[in-house]
Design a binder for this molecule. Structure first.
Ligand SMILES: Cc1ncc(COP(=O)(O)O)c(C=O)c1O
Length: 447
C-alpha cells in the first residue's frame, strides 16, 4: 500500500455518504449498493461514482507521460471501500443466517481485509501466507477456515501451532495426515457439487463423491477425528440458485449419514460462488433451503470472494503505444497492463474486460455513455512480449486513441491483483487509490 493510497482515503472521505443524500440508515445503504454495482453501473451517478471519478482524475492529472520517471504512468486501481461495506450490509439483509468468511485469495488487499475484519466477517485462507496476513490484523484463528481440502503437511503443522482448527478434507489420505499432525482439528467434509454452469469449476479437482462420504465419515470416526460438518463450493461465478439448493440437499444427506454413525455435525459451509448481479436470486432460494433442511442449531458459514470485492475496484491503464495496420482495418493499442498483470482474469477467470476511454486529447470521460462504443475498431494489447497478452482482439471505441491517453475497466476487484505477475519485469504491485463512499466504513477504518 503506498503513501498515495493512504492519503487518498483520507482526502476523499471527508464528506460522509449520508451527508450527501441525507440518509444514513442501513436499508438506504443497501439500495444504494445495488444501484452502483458493476452489473447496472450507472455512469457517474451516486456518491461512490463521484469519488471514483475524482480520484481517477486527480491521479491521471498528476502524471506527465512526457517527463515522468520510468513507471510513473503505471496502471493503478481506485477502490471504493464503501462498496465493500454496502455488500456486507446487503449480505446481512439477504442471508442473515449465513456468516461470511471472506475468501482472501480473491483479493488480499490489506485495507479491504481490515475493513472486513472490523465488520466481523471470518476469513477463508488457503495457505500459510493468507493465514499470517489475516492473523496479523488481529483476527482470531477461530474466525478462519483453512478451506483447502488437499494441504501440505507443513501447513497443517503450522495451523496446529497457531490453533487454527477449522479445515476441510475430501479424501482418506488427508484424514491420515490430519490424524498425524493435528488430531484435534475441526473438520469439514467437502462434497462434490454440480458446478457445470459456473464460470470457474472446481469439482473436477475437489469434493468427495456422494457415494464415498459415509466411508470417509466412518474412517474419521475410527481415527477419533473431530468432524464438525460439511462444506461445498458450487463453482466461482455460479449460474444461479439451483446448484446451491442441490448442494444443500446433498449436505443434508451427509448430516444424516453422520447421525447414523452416532456423530453430531454442527456446521455447514456453503462456500463461495455468489456474484454481484445474481446475489438476491441465490439468496432467495438458498436461505429457505437452509431453513428447510437444517435446524437453527446448525451454524451456517460461507466463503464469498467475488461478491464482496468485484464491483469495488476500477483499473486505469495508460496507452503506451499504438500501431496502425491498414490491412487489419483496426488500430492496435498497447497498454501498460495486460494478461500477465491485473488482466490475468482474462485467462484465469474467463473475463472479457470492457475497454472504456478515461481520457482522450485532454478530455476526461469517466462515466460518459459513449466511452466504450463507437466506430473506431481497435485491438488492445498488454505490455509484455508475448502474443497471448491480448486484452481484446476487437472492440469499438469512440476515438482513435493516442499514446498518453488512459482507459479504464469497471468491476475489476476479483481475481485480478491477487494473481498479477511481474513477467518481463513489468509492475506486479500497482498502486491502489482508496476512496470511501460510506461513512460507516470510514469510521471502522479510522478506529
Ligand atoms: C475453497 C474456496 N472458497 C471460496 C472461494 C471463493 O469463491 P468466489 O469468489 O466465487 O466466492 C474459492 C475460489 O476459488 C475457493 O476455492
Amino acid at each position: 500500500m503506498t503513501e498515495v493510497a493512504t492519503n487518498a482515503l483520507c482526502a476523499s472521505s471527508l464528506t460522509p455518504a449520508h451527508d450527501v443524500d441525507g440518509a444514513g440508515s442501513q436499508v438506504t445503504s443497501v439500495s444504494r449498493a445495488k444501484s452502483v454495482t458493476s452489473a447496472n453501473f450507472s455512469n457517474g451517478c451516486g456518491y461512490g461514482q463521484t469519488l471514483i471519478s475524482r480520484a481517477l482524475r486527480n491521479r491521471v492529472q498528476q502524471v506527465d507521460a512526457y517527463s515522468c520517471a520510468a513507471g510513473g504512468e503505471d496502471s493503478f486501481f481506485v477502490a471504493d471501500v464503501g462498496e465493500i461495506y454496502r455488500q456486507h450490509v446487503r449480505w446481512k439483509l439477504n442471508l442473515p443466517r449465513v456468516e461470511p468468511f471472506y475468501a482472501v485469495k480473491c483479493n488480499p488487499d490489506v485495507k479491504i481485509l481490515k475493513l472486513l475484519a472490523r465488520l466481523g466477517t471470518g476469513f477463508d485462507c488457503a495457505s500459510k501466507k493468507e493465514m499470517d496476513l489475516v492473523m496479523s490484523l488481529g483476527v482470531s484463528p477461530s474466525r478462519i477456515v483453512y478451506a483447502q481440502p488437499c494441504k501440505a503437511a507443513s501447513f497443517i503443522r503450522y495451523a496446529a501451532q497457531r490453533e487454527l482448527r477449522k479445515m476441510t478434507f475430501d479424501n482418506a489420505e488427508e484424514l491420515y495426515k490430519i490424524k498425524r499432525y493435528f488430531p484435534s482439528a475441526e473438520l469439514l467434509l467437502r462434497i462434490v457439487t454440480d458446478d457445470s454452469g459456473a464460470l470457474c469449476q472446481f469439482s473436477m479437482k475437489y469434493g468427495a463423491a456422494l457415494q464415498s462420504t459415509a466411508t470417509l465419515l466412518k474412517l474419521a470416526q475410527d481415527l477419533e477425528l473431530n468432524v464438525i460438518g460439511v462444506s461445498f463450493h458450487v463453482g466461482s461465478g455460479a449460474a444461479g440458485g439451483k446448484p446451491f439448493v442441490d448442494a444443500v440437499r446433498s449436505a443434508c444427506k451427509v448430516f444424516d449419514e453422520a447421525a447414523a454413525l452416532g456423530m453430531t455435525l454442527s456446521t455447514l459451509d456453503v462456500g463461495g460462488g455468489f456474484c454481484d448481479d445474481n446475489f438476491e436470486e441465490i439468496a432467495g432460494v438458498l436461505g429457505p433451503a437452509l431453513d428447510a433442511y437444517f435446524p437453527p442449531s446448525v451454524r451456517v458459514i460461507a466463503e464469498p470472494g467475488r461478491y464482496y470485492v468485484a464491483s469495488a475496484f476500477t483499473l486505469a491503464a495508460h496507452v503506451i503505444a499504438r500501431r496502425e495496420v491498414p490491412q487489419l482495418a483496426r488500430v492496435m493499442l498497447y497498454l501498460n497492463d495486460g494478461v500477465y498483470g491485473n488482466m490475468n482474469c482474462i485467462l484465469f477467470d474467463h473475463q472479457q474486460p470492457v475497454v472504456r476511454v478515461l481520457t482522450h486529447a485532454g478530455r476526461f470521460m469517466y462515466g460518459d455513455a459513449e466511452n466504450s462504443s463507437g466506430l473506431v475498431k481497435a485491438s488492445v494489447w498488454g505490455p509484455t512480449c508475448d502474443g497471448i497478452d491480448c486484452v481484446t482482439s476487437e472492440c469499438n471505441l469512440p476515438y482513435v486513441l493516442e499514446v498518453g491517453d488512459w482507459v479504464y475497466f469497471n468491476g475489476f476487484g476479483a481475481y485480478t491483483l491477487s494473481a498479477a505477475t511481474g513477467f518481463n519485469g513489468f509492475n506486479d504491485k500497482c498502486d491502489v487509490v482508496y476512496v470511501c463512499s460510506e461513512y460507516g466504513a470510514r469510521l471502522l477504518l479510522e478506529e
